[in-house]
Write a protein that binds this ligand. Structure first.
Ligand SMILES: [Zn+2]
Length: 190
């Protein structure tokens, strides 16, 4: 092996050591579990997504309150859904493909006056209840997911449900929103 090639291989090896662990940890940490639904949604094509709306949800109909299947059953009863639900352990459940409309916002309004929020947004539900905060894993995954969505769509607004429907809605509950925004800013471009 000549020394030039040897140097190149050494540099390549160093790059591998430097970069692979980061990529690997992202892949390993954030798994998306397919829980596609055919209710509470509308098939769409070429929609213009400009906002991400964060919610809280839990199963309030008896049984385990953070059971994803019971949460989905409750969504079906009310004819609602969201694109993603984040479980207490940081699992990401995909209910509706981003290209389709999910019925998560209800009667609401963005700061720019747009009221067709479902049509132009992506909804993310955190599994929390009235008396519990989101877990660290949930916030970490939310930061990752929002960053990831921002790579695919030009997002103008990242808002709470209570920001767009302040009279009707109080979710996401018990969440330190400012701290989440700060984390989002510091991990931008991950
Ligand atoms: Zn909500």
């Amino acid at each position: 092996m000549n020394s030039q090639l040897k140097n190149r291989l050494t540099v390549f090896g160093l790059l591998l050591v430097l970069f692979i662990p980061t990529i690997k940890s992202q892949d390993n940490t954030f798994t998306i579990i397919d829980k596609s639904v055919n209710f509470g949604m509308r098939v769409a094509s070429n929609r213009n997504i400009n906002s991400i709306i964060v919610h809280s949800t839990f199963n309030n109909s008896g049984g385990e309150k953070y059971d994803i299947d019971l949460v989905i059953k409750q969504f079906s009863y009310y004819g609602v859904s969201s694109h993603y639900v984040i479980g207490r352990d940081g699992s990401i459940y995909l209910l509706v493909n981003e290209k389709n409309v999910a019925f998560h916002a209800g009667k609401s309004e963005l700061p720019n006056g747009q009221t067709n929020v479902n049509s132009i947004s992506i909804g993310i539900e955190l599994m929390t209840s009235f008396d519990e905060s989101p877990t660290c894993a949930q916030i970490q995954v939310l930061v990752f997911l929002v960053n990831d969505i921002q790579k695919r769509h030009k997002i103008d607004y990242i808002l709470r449900h209570s920001d767009i429907a302040p009279i009707r809605k109080t979710d996401p509950w018990n969440m330190d929103w400012e701290d989440f925004l700060k984390k989002l800013e510091t991990t931008e471009g991950l």
